[in-house]
Design a protein around this ligand. Structure first.
Ligand code: FRU
Length: 532
């Protein structure tokens, strides 16, 4: 090599090194950028669960295993409208920060994978695993499209699948379906629980207008035991997504059984909603003397919600630690079939509610199911300074807050006559009204932003509040980029609704609608930090 060639080679190598270095730093910057862009699209919820992309509906297979909360969900990976259903999958250790996992269940020759549940088969009753490594077993509905198209009625059957690696990979049972269909058109959404008294698996399954309860020793062979509900509760639509579990009545030794039934349509404010029954379960039959229809959430956007399966308390057969968490935790799909396909998002569609703890209380001699955000939520809410606010009769107070779209409003009051108006500079507003004279609470999203993407979205939602405490009670409002969740008296009365403002909300007006001065005690408006 001549010296000129050597110099040219050295220059070439130097250029190469420098350009590689630049590439490195570009790479670094690029990945940083990806991170800051993540989950920042318009209306992307910041502390609610959403899939990275595409369509989601019901939560499925909610099970707590070895310190991990699994959330599966109805998922169509090809589009942002409902389509051939898969089970999407995510995991979390605190119910707030989620890690997306690969799709867990794909359609097969028996059909699409509709809603269902999952259990830890801790005694290995199915034989799919061992006692040392108990299988996770998913129990779901197969929906055979060809059967439906051919006009048959037996196209929904129940199938199972298992995982031996904590939900990462799943194997379908070769004996599927485990429950066939004798010609019931809507026959779906199995929720399986362990009956500690009778040492048997129980399946709650819906069949059009009623609930069926089935038993199994091994999750494979099932026997039908009873039916419930043809003449009970609301029947404005098809019964879907049942859940059945015991709860202790707070402050007593009494245990009752709670049955959740989602119905669509027929909810009190239109479209989809979730009713509940409080009663008894003897291992075979659910019974109740409840006559009135009770709703878990009166807002339009909490549907198909069910609760986490946890291991029985202190179960003796375990070779690994028992689950510390025995709370009954609920998550619902934050949408409504009336307009779910039309909401104005592009990359993904729809979110889950915040996780809520269910508790059973007796109010005025009447069983009441409360639902309230899990205590983990407090870790993502900034501590704002508490203020007492007094508003004289017929006047208003106005408070600005930069980003009400990601906030918690919290206060205590004895007043039953006030209005909260959350608005932006475009005069878009969502209005909450406590109207004591009529014992009603209203959520008005008529002028809240984008509302005309579908005719059923706009409007005023109403909730009776007959049993509010005479004295002080708490009002807690959680707002995310496209939702509002209102919890009155720690979850006694709840409303959940989607919102699509054209600009972030930044102002709160508190109006006194009564004839006496009102006080909001310990009022805080706090930022809720994002979890993505
Ligand atoms: C409820 C539901 C279920 C069904 C699933 C299908 O929203 O209709 O009954 O299993 O959605 O995606």
């Amino acid at each position: 090599m001549t010296s000129i060639q050597k110099v040219l080679l050295a220059i070439f190598v130097m250029i190469l090194v420098v350009s590689c270095k630049n590439k490195e730093s570009e790479k670094f910057v690029a990945s940083e950028e990806v991170k800051t862009d993540y989950y920042t699209e318009p209306y992307r919820p910041q502390f609610h669960f959403t899939p990275e992309e595409k369509w989601m509906n019901d939560p499925n297979g909610m099970v707590y295993h070895k310190g991990v909360y699994h959330l599966f969900y109805q998922y169509y990976p090809e589009d942002i409208v409902w389509g051939p259903m898969h089970w999407g999958h995510a995991i979390s250790t605190d119910l707030l920060h989620w890690e997306h996992k690969p799709i867990a269940l794909f359609p097969d020759k028996h059909g699409l994978i509709f809603s269902g549940s999952a259990v830890v088969d801790f005694e290995n009753t199915s034989g799919f695993g061992t006692k040392e490594n108990p299988p996770l077993v998913a129990i779901f509905t197969y929906h055979l499209m060809d059967g439906e198209k051919a006009g048959r009625k037996d196209f929904q059957t129940q199938g199972i699948a298992y995982s031996l690696d904590n939900g990462d990979t799943w194997t379908k049972y070769e004996g599927n379906p485990v429950i066939g269909n004798d010609g019931i058109k809507d026959f779906r959404d199995p929720k399986v629980l362990w009956d500690e008294v009778n040492h048997v698996w129980v399946m709650a399954l819906v069949a059009g207008d009623h609930l069926q309860l089935w038993n199994s020793k091994d999750l494979k062979k099932w026997t039908k035991r009873s039916e419930f509900g043809k003449d009970k509760g609301a029947h404005g639509g098809v019964w879907e997504c049942p859940d059945l579990f015991p709860l202790q009545v707070e402050g007593t030794d009494e245990e009752k059984w709670v049955l959740l039934i989602s119905i669509n349509p027929g909810a009190p404010n239109g479209g989809s909603g979730t009713q509940y029954f409080i009663g008894d379960f003897d291992g075979e039959k659910f019974t109740t003397d409840q006559t009135e229809t009770k709703w878990l959430d009166w807002g339009t956007d909490n549907y198909a919600g069910v609760t986490y399966n946890v291991l029985p308390k202190g179960y003796y057969g375990n070779t690994y630690d028992n689950d510390p968490r025995q709370d009954r935790i609920f998550i619902g799909w934050m949408s409504n079939w009336a307009y779910a396909r039309d909401t104005p998002t592009e990359k993904w569609r729809s979110a889950m509610t915040v996780p809520r703890k269910l508790s059973l209380k007796k109010v005025n001699d009447n069983y009441s199911l409360f639902n309230y955000p899990v205590s983990e939520m407090e870790s993502i809410i900034d501590n704002a300074t508490k203020k007492n606010i007094t508003v004289s009769a017929g006047t208003k107070e106005s408070i600005s807050f930069a980003d009400l779209n990601q906030s918690e409003m919290l206060f205590k009051t004895a007043s039953k006559n006030f209005q909260l108006k959350v608005s932006n500079s475009l005069n878009e507003e969502v209005v909450l009204t406590m109207f004591g004279d009529e014992k009603q609470f209203f959520l008005d999203r008529t002028g809240s932003g984008k509302v005309d993407f579908q005719e059923n979205f706009s409007g005023v939602q109403q909730m009776p509040v007959p049993d509010l405490p005479a004295d002080e009670y708490e009002v807690r409002v959680l707002m995310d980029q496209s939702s509002i969740e209102v919890f009155i008296n720690e979850g006694q009365y709840v409303m959940t609704a989607q919102l699509f403002p054209n600009e972030k909300y930044s102002n709160l007006i508190i109006e006194n609608l009564g004839e006496d001065e009102i006080t909001f005690e310990d009022l805080t408006i706090s930022k809720i930090n994002g979890t993505w």
